[in-house]
Design a protein around this ligand. Structure first.
Ligand code: ADP
Ligand code: MG
Length: 241
């Protein structure tokens, strides 16, 4: 479903260039649950933004669902993005002056769905995420975990094939993080490809495949069966000195 070949990406920094991705080769199949790990500044968000067609790459090729993603008009890219991808962010990115239902319904507003129908669908997705009683509440009245569930409902309402989540648990406490990861796992079990970015080993260990970025390259890919080993290795590293 996702095929990256020798992807490079640089940012212009005044007169110099910052070479962030230095040749990424990656295959992700439909229905996989993948995490992208790496230290701060290693290019995780850059890679996720390329996967979500939010940003261009400079060199290499990216095929999404068999289509080559490059040199597309912004209109075509937006169309493909809206069809295929749902986004979840660390800071939830909810609209503060809209209630939970209106936030979830927003993607349908942009698709021109009438208010009655989009609110009905939003209620259905809120209900799936256990948030029906919160439909009329504003984001400021909700906990972090509830806000992230609203954001996940909003990502799901367009029926995407892929959910891309950049540090979805980054602003949550440990137990809420696990709740959100359980939700993402259920979404994955329903057949949606889920790709998260995280720098937390415990969170990454809940996915099926961990892709470790280092200095702009894929350092290591760890599969489900090797996770136990991964946990012990990194729990040792994580012990306070
Ligand atoms: P991560 O998500 O792993 O922390 P990012 O992909 O956000 O890393 O960033 C990788 C590097 O690229 C960092 O050094 C960051 O400062 C730089 N960077 C990210 N976005 C931009 C941008 N739009 N312009 C210039 N530099 C950027
Ligand atoms: Mg980032």
């Amino acid at each position: 479903m996702i095929k990256l070949n020798d992807i490079h990406k640089s940012y212009e920094m005044g007169s110099s260039k910052l070479h962030v991705l230095k040749g990424i080769d990656l295959d992700i199949h439909q229905g996989e649950f993948v995490s992208i790990m790496g230290s701060s500044g290693s290019g995780k968000s850059t890679l996720l933004n390329i996967l979500g067609i939010l940003d261009n790459y400079d060199q290499g090729s990216y095929h999404l669902g068999g289509k080559l993603i490059s040199n597309m008009s912004e209109k075509k890219a937006a169309q493909l993005r809206n069809e295929m991808v749902g986004f979840v962010f660390q800071s939830f990115n909810l609209i503060s002056f809209k209630n939970a239902m209106e936030n979830v319904a927003l993607p349908l507003y942009y698709k021109g769905v009438n208010r009655k129908k989009r609110n009905l669908m939003a209620m259905e997705y809120l209900d799936r995420l256990g948030l029906k009683p919160w439909a009329e509440h504003m984001p400021s009245e909700m906990s972090g975990g509830q806000k992230q569930r609203v954001a996940i409902a909003r990502a799901l309402i367009s029926k995407p094939q892929i959910i891309l989540a950049d540090e979805p648990t980054g602003a949550l406490d440990t137990s809420t993080s696990y709740e959100v990861m359980d939700i993402l796992r259920e979404i994955n079990e329903s057949g949606i490809t889920v790709i998260i970015v995280t720098h937390e080993h415990d969170i990454a260990a809940m996915t099926q495949k961990i892709v470790r970025l280092k200095d702009g390259r894929i350092d290591e890919v760890i599969l489900n069966g090797e996770l136990a080993d991964f946990r012990t290795r990194y729990s040792k590293e994580m012990q306070p000195a």
